[in-house]
Design a protein around this ligand. Sequence first.
Ligand code: ATP
Length: 248
Amino acid sequence: MKLQQLYSYTRRSIDTWQMIDEGDKIAIGVSGGKDSLTMLYALKGLQRFYPKHFELEAITVDLGLGNFNMDAVKSLCNELNIPYTIVSTEIGPIIFDQRHEKNPCSLCAKMRKGALNNKALELGCNKIAYGHHRDDLVETMLMSLIYEGHFYAFPPVTKLERTGLTVIRPLLYMTEPDIIGFARKQNLPVAKSPCPANGHTRREYTKNLMHQINRENPGAIDKMFTAILNGNISDWPQSMPNPHYHNP
Ligand SMILES: Nc1ncnc2c1ncn2[C@@H]1O[C@H](COP(=O)(O)OP(=O)(O)OP(=O)(O)O)[C@@H](O)[C@H]1O
C-alpha cells in the first residue's frame, strides 16, 4: 500500500465519523506494533494537508514486562517530528506476578488505558487515537456474539465522560493485510509484543476463526464489516453522508 492510499483511507474514516476538529491535540497510542506505527505515518501525513489544524503527541505505556526497547520508535517519531513520551508502569508484574490473573487481558487493557489517558490529559490532549482497523472491528463483533451473546462492536468515536477525552479510530477502513503491506514497504520498526498471554487468548482464537470463515467464504470479512456499519449499534455516532465515499 502506498502513502497516498493510506492517507485516503484514513481521511475517509476521519471525514465519515467527524473525528477531527479545529485545534485538537491528539495523543497517538503507540504499542510498537504495526497498526500504531502505521497510524503515526497516517496522522502525520494528513496533518500537512487536512483543512482543520491539529497537533500530535505519541505515547507508549511500558507495561514493565522487560525486553521492551522503543529506541527505533523514538527515532521514527523524531524523523516524523512527533513528540514522544514513554510512561513506565508495573502493570505486567501486578497482573502476572502479584494477582496471578486467569484472564489478564481485560484488567491489563483497563490499566493501560488509564495510564495512557492520564498522560494524554497531562500533555493537554483532548483526543486519543487507537490503531484499530477493519479486522479488529469484525473480530470484536464476533467475540461479542460468541462469548456475550449480543451484536456489538466498538464505535469509531467514543467520548469518555469521566475524563472528557474522545477516543478516535482513524484506521477503521483499513484492512489488516493493507497495514501489513504498508509496514513492510516502509520497513517500520515493528516490535514483538512482550506480553506472555499473546497468542493464547480468546481474541487469537476468534481471529483464526474469522480467517477460516473468510478462506472458506471469500469476502465474508467485508460482509461482516458492512453488517456492522449498517447495524445501528448502540453507542455508534451518526456517520456523515459524503458523496466522495461509498460504504460497502
Ligand atoms: N502499550 C501501549 N501504549 C500505548 N498505546 C497502546 C498500547 N497498547 C495498545 N495501544 C493502543 O491501543 C490500540 C489497540 O491495542 P491492541 O493491543 O488491540 O493493538 P494491536 O491490534 O496489536 O495494534 P498494534 O499493532 O498497534 O499493537 C493500539 O493500536 C494502540 O493505538
